[in-house]
Every structure is written in structure tokens, then in C-alpha cells.
Design a protein around this ligand. Structure first.
Ligand code: KIV
Ligand code: ZN
Length: 500
């Protein structure tokens, strides 16, 4: 009999902290419903006191989702806990996730406190949260760098106060797998209430040194029974442990005696949905969900795979939901076919929004013979630009060998029309200079990446940009078969963000 490992997904809380990846409530509900289909046990839906948007998202996700536990984050502060409890009022299963820093530097510099006082505050927060909900998780922030003996005292105290789960975050991603595994083992051996089954330990590993997955596996092997993960491993800095890696590691290694509830065939579509909604590309060589994860390009590999797939493949791509025979839509596909494909990709669309997306789909299908899943997700996301106050009206660019590129641009700013022209070092430079003639602000392009979705000169390109304005960096996205227009759309997306 295998041990059940609970999957706690924090894509919508820790994952969403990535600058530029913020989702609106409707998009968060879409992700939460997909996480339910995927089979996660706990969805961390937000940090309700942090903003009215987060508060509202926790409420709406609680209403939309049926069986996973909905969790809300708080600091060890009564007001945070009151607000989290209020946000969770519609959840069928609810959990408050409260906590405080326990490492020497957190105690001394962040809280100007003492180890004993921190334990008192931790216990008080857990007891206070217990007034509202039965299921209380406590996090010992920076547990990775907290002395094990002291950490065991913290864990013992919060479990006695009623915590059902204790989270041991490697907040800075500093630990190496044997150290993190040892930490979990130490706690399992030194806190009697853990071995007595009164609470479980949870891992929460960050990927600063590329060891989040390895540390999480070490934690689970040494007794943790919950793991905190995100789709595609997204999260601040180098990200969090990725859900898909954990699910597939335990699936391909039944000898470890640990199983999860994840329906792995839903992994790929969930990964694509999150990437598309957050405008966060998945690196091609990303384990499990990267574009190249199952592509065998070397001659030796191809020969082996053709003779027997097991020669080089340790997983069947179908197990993670990658289907080579996936239907490709063309200009002859109807609205119903598009609606169905969107549904398969986890996007529910009806009425006017579907009509608009279908019109965009037909335009794209005219330019490109086959429209694939990534294209469709880009089209589904493009609808977000409808609410922008700055819109691209037209763009004309002349460039080529022996000429200085020139661009003329038309913008619609809250219904008013503006036009300008400029020349530049290249077509994108010319177009952005023309744009700046209209938008007279001190803006600096910090990063600019163009990524082709598939292959072929007719492919859709995704453009990601970062623009600095007034001391902050804004992230923008554009997509289309014309890379100059897609680049200008990405720049305008940034402008719309700082105009808010
Ligand atoms: O990384 C961390 O320590 C966290 C806690 C707030 C759980 O995200
Ligand atoms: Zn974290």
C-alpha cells in the first residue's frame, strides 16, 4: 500500500507573486477549476488582506470550486486572520495558512524579537485561526535556515495549539536535498505529535539553486505528507517546486511507495492554460511540459525510439496529456469546433466573447494553414486587450536593405485618435519611436523577447516585453504572425498597465 501525498497548489498565491503574471478574478477562477480537474487536494487561492482583488478572488474561487480545500494565507496577525476567514466563508472545505519567520535573521532583523516571543506569537495565531476553521496550517518562514532544535520546538508548540499541517519552507531555496531531507526527518523523530499522526509536515521549496524538486522529493521520502507546488514551477525569483515534476516522479517511481491524486493526463493542458493566462512562456527544455521534453532530435535517439520507444522514453507523452493526434483547426473549422477545442484546453467561452475569438481565429486561419492549441490559447487571451484604454489603430512600416526603416502609427486613446511617424534602426525601433511621439513619457525598454510558437515562416510569434516607467517595471505581451505589430502590441500592453 502506498502512502498518500497531498498536493497543495500555490500557483494562485506564491506563483502569482511573479511581477507581470497577475491574473484577474475571472482568470483565477478558470485556473482554480482546472486545478480541481487536475486533482489537487488544496488550492491556495490568495492572501486576502493584501488587496481587495485577492480578497474577492478567494471568495469567488470558494464559490466556484467543489471538492479541493481552499486555503488563504495570512501573517500571524489577528486582522489578517479575520479577513481570511471572511474571504473563505463560501468554501466547502477551508483552511487558514498562518505563520511567522523562525530563522535567526527573521527573528532578529525582521521582527526585532526573541525566539520565545516568536513561539508565543505563532501559538497565538494558530489558536486565533482555530476559532474560525478546524483546518489550520502553520508556516515557519525561512525554516530552511532555522536551527533544527528550535524549529522542532516551534512545530511542537503549534501542533499542540491545533495546527493540522506544519509547513517547512525553504524560503530562499538555499538547502541541498540531503540537508532538507534530514530536517524533515529530524522533525518527524523529535516531535511526538507528528509520529502520533496529530498533524502532517508540508514541504515548500524555492528553486533559487535549482533544487526545489529534489528537496521536495527528499522531504516526502523523509516523512512530509503534503507538498506545496505550482504549475510550470512558476513563482518569485527562480520559482517554486513544479507540480508536474513531482506528480510524474512519483508515478514513474512506484517503488518509492508514495502516490498522489493527480490525473496526470490533465497536466499538459493545465500547463498551457497557466502559461497562456500569465503570459509566462514555458522554457522549451522544461521537464515534463517543455516543448522539447519528448522530442528526440539526435539520429541515435530517433533510431532507438523507432525500434522501441522505451529505449529513450521513460514516460509516454500521453500520460501527461500530450497527444500527437490532437485535432488541428483550419479555416474550414466552425465556431462549435473552436468552442470544443477551447473547452478541451480548459477555457469555457460563450456568446459575444466566443464570436469575437472566432472572428480572430478565422483571420489567423487565413494567414496560417493550421491553427494549433498554442495559437488558440493566444487568441483566447487576446480578448483581454478589449478593455485597454490605449489601442493600436494602424501600423505601417517600411524597411529593407539599403533603406532607413520608417513607421507611421495610429493609436486610439480612450476613443480619441492620434497619429505619428518616426524612423529608427530597425522596424520595431521605428514603430516604438513613433509610439513615443504620441505617448510622451520617460519609458525605457528593459527586456524584449520574441518566441515562435511552433515552426514555419507563417507561425505566430509571442512577444514579451518589460518597460520601465517612473521607477517600476511593467510586463507586456503581444502575439501575431507579424512580429513588428506583435512587438508594438506588447509595448502598448505595458503602457496600459501603468496607466491604471
Ligand atoms: O516561501 C515562503 O516561505 C512562503 C510562505 C509565506 C509560506 O511562501
Ligand atoms: Zn514561498
Amino acid at each position: 500500500m502506498s502512502d498518500r501525498l497531498f498536493i497543495f497548489d500555490t500557483t494562485l498565491r506564491d506563483g502569482e507573486q511573479v511581477p507581470g503574471c497577475q491574473l484577474n478574478t475571472v482568470e483565477k477562477i478558470q485556473v482554480a477549476k482546472q486545478l480541481e480537474i487536475l486533482g489537487v487536494d488544496v488550492i491556495e487561492a490568495g492572501f486576502p488582506i493584501s488587496s481587495p482583488g485577492d480578497f474577492n478572488s478567494v471568495i469567488e474561487i470558494s464559490k466556484a470550486v467543489t471538492w479541493p480545500t481552499i486555503c488563504a494565507l495570512t501573517r500571524a496577525v489577528e486582522k489578517d486572520i479575520d479577513v481570511a476567514a471572511d474571504a473563505l466563508k463560501y468554501a466547502k472545505r477551508k483552511r487558514i495558512h498562518t505563520g511567522i519567520g523562525t530563522s535567526e535573521s527573521h527573528i532578529r532583523y525582521k521582527f526585532n524579537s526573541t525566539p520565545e516571543e516568536i513561539i508565543e506569537r505563532a501559538v497565538a495565531a494558530v489558536k486565533y485561526a482555530k476559532r474560525y476553521v478546524e483546518d489550520v496550517e502553520f508556516y515557519a518562514e525561512d525554516a530552511g535556515r532555522t536551527d533544527n532544535e528550535y524549529l522542532a520546538r516551534v512545530v511542537e508548540a503549534v501542533v499542540k495549539a491545533g495546527a493540522t499541517v506544519v509547513n517547512i519552507p525553504d524560503t530562499t531555496g538555499f538547502r541541498i536535498p540531503n540537508e532538507y531531507g534530514e530536517k524533515i526527518k529530524y522533525l518527524m523523530e523529535h516531535v511526538d505529535d507528528l509520529s502520533a499522526g496529530k498533524a502532517i509536515l508540508s514541504t515548500h521549496c524555492h528553486n533559487d539553486l535549482g533544487m526545489a524538486t529534489a528537496n521536495t522529493i527528499a522531504g516526502a521520502i523523509n516523512g512530509a505528507r503534503q507538498v506545496e507546488v505550482t504549475i510550470n514551477g512558476i513563482g518569485e525569483r527562480a520559482g517554486n517546486t513544479s507540480l508536474e515534476e513531482i506528480a510524474m516522479i512519483f508515478k514513474t517511481h512506484p517503488d518509492l511507495g508514495i502516490e498522489t491524486n493527480i490525473n496526470t493526463t490533465k497536466i499538459y493542458q493545465t500547463s498551457r492554460m497557466v502559461s497562456s493566462l500569465m503570459n509566462m512562456p514555458v522554457q522549451p527544455n522544461k521537464a515534463i511540459v517543455g516543448k522539447n521534453a519528448f522530442a528526440h532530435s539526435s539520429g541515435i535517439h530517433q533510431d532507438g525510439v523507432l525500434k522501441n520507444v522505451k529505449t529513450y522514453e521513460i514516460m509516454d507523452p500521453k500520460e501527461v496529456g500530450i497527444d500527437d493526434n490532437a485535432i488541428v483547426l483550419t479555416a474550414r473549422s466552425g465556431r462549435a469546433a473552436l468552442k470544443h477545442r477551447l473547452h478541451v484546453l480548459g477555457v469555457e467561452m460563450e456568446g459575444e466573447k466566443l464570436d469575437r475569438t472566432y472572428q480572430e481565429f478565422l483571420k489567423l486561419a487565413d494567414k496560417k494553414k493550421e491553427v494549433n492549441d498554442d495559437d488558440i490559447l493566444v487568441l483566447a487571451g487576446a480578448d483581454r486587450a478589449v478593455s485597454h484604454s490605449v489601442k493600436l489603430d494602424f501600423l505601417q512600416v517600411t524597411s529593407g536593405l539599403g533603406t532607413r526603416p520608417v513607421a507611421s502609427i495610429g493609436l486610439d486613446i480612450a476613443g480619441e485618435k492620434f497619429e505619428a511617424a518616426a524612423s529608427g534602426n530597425g522596424p520595431v525601433d521605428a514603430a516604438i519611436k513613433a509610439l513615443k511621439v504620441i505617448i510622451k513619457r520617460e519609458m525605457t525598454l528593459k527586456e524584449f523577447t520574441i518566441q515562435a510558437i511552433n515552426k514555419g515562416s507563417d507561425d505566430v510569434a509571442k512577444v514579451h516585453m518589460q518597460v520601465e516607467y517612473d521607477g517600476s517595471v511593467y510586463y507586456g505581451f503581444g502575439a501575431g504572425t507579424d512580429i513588428v505589430t506583435a512587438s508594438v502590441e506588447a509595448y502598448i500592453d505595458c503602457i496600459n498597465k501603468f496607466r491604471k
